[in-house]
Design a protein around this ligand. Structure first.
Ligand code: O7M
Length: 219
């Protein structure tokens, strides 16, 4: 995997907690087990943008801000994410090809991942029917990868045929009912897991089990 993510593990922690102490404690507990830490608005809004910098000292940070604006605004966001020390940025494809491109071109050190079909039931309403086209633009605009649903592994398999060697990051394992092993067997490079790790009484144990499940699915 040519990527800014840590090698040797295919698990990305989705750190959707709103308490800074808890966030740092979970990150410290699992930092050597995860390829990256994905943070989203709940944590940033509850703490401050500097949480990106703080966590990036422990593991590569992907900012899941699902950026969806005109190219100029997207570029400004990508620049700030880079300034804070993030390694990745998640963007929406639907505002237009030029909006995706502005993020890819803004900061070479920040890998861009494009959302395709979303993992929740509502993901079937709009994103499902257009997912192939969302993935196609990710490939054409040289994004680093796409986000595809572990809750529908057959869709990961189909999207793989469109994106070729781009990275596929797959959320929806554990709390949303998807299987990490199935996601990997169907073509995901990495699985994204949140609640099944950070809500566990033993986050490190939960992350270790997930790493082991992924390792076995590759054997
Ligand atoms: O394991 P969970 O369900 O607690 O968390 C899943 C994480 O993945 C959470 O941070 C979501 O915002 C994110 N996610 C999805 O669950 N489904 C999607 O389709 C897309 C994402 C995502 O990461 O988009 C970039």
């Amino acid at each position: 995997m040519a990527s800014g993510m840590r090698k040797g593990t295919r698990v990305v922690l989705a750190l959707d907690v709103t308490d800074e102490q808890k966030a740092v404690a979970v990150a410290e507990a699992v930092k050597d087990l995860v390829a990256a830490i994905k943070i989203n608005w709940p944590l940033v809004l509850a703490t401050s943008p500097q949480i990106v910098t703080r966590l990036s000292r422990l593991a590569p940070v992907i900012c899941d801000f699902k950026v969806a604006d005109i190219p100029n605004t997207n570029r400004l966001i990508a620049e700030q994410v880079a300034r804070l020390g993030a390694s990745g940025l998640i963007v929406q494809r639907f505002p237009g090809r030029d909006s995706v491109r502005s993020c890819v071109e803004a900061e070479k050190g920040v890998e861009v991942f494009v959302v395709t079909e979303m993992s929740h039931p509502g993901g079937l309403e709009f994103t499902g029917p257009v997912a192939d086209s969302l993935a196609k633009i990710a490939k054409e605009e040289s994004a680093a990868g796409i986000i595809a649903p572990a809750t529908r592994p057959e869709r990961i398999r189909a999207l793989r045929t469109i994106v070729g060697d781009l990275l596929i990051l797959s959320p929806g394992v554990g709390a949303q009912g998807g299987s990490a092993a199935e996601a990997i067997r169907n073509g995901a490079d990495l699985v994204i897991a949140g609640r099944s790790i950070y809500q566990s009484a033993d986050p490190r144990g939960a992350a270790e089990r997930l790493v082991e499940e992924v390792r076995r699915s590759l054997a």
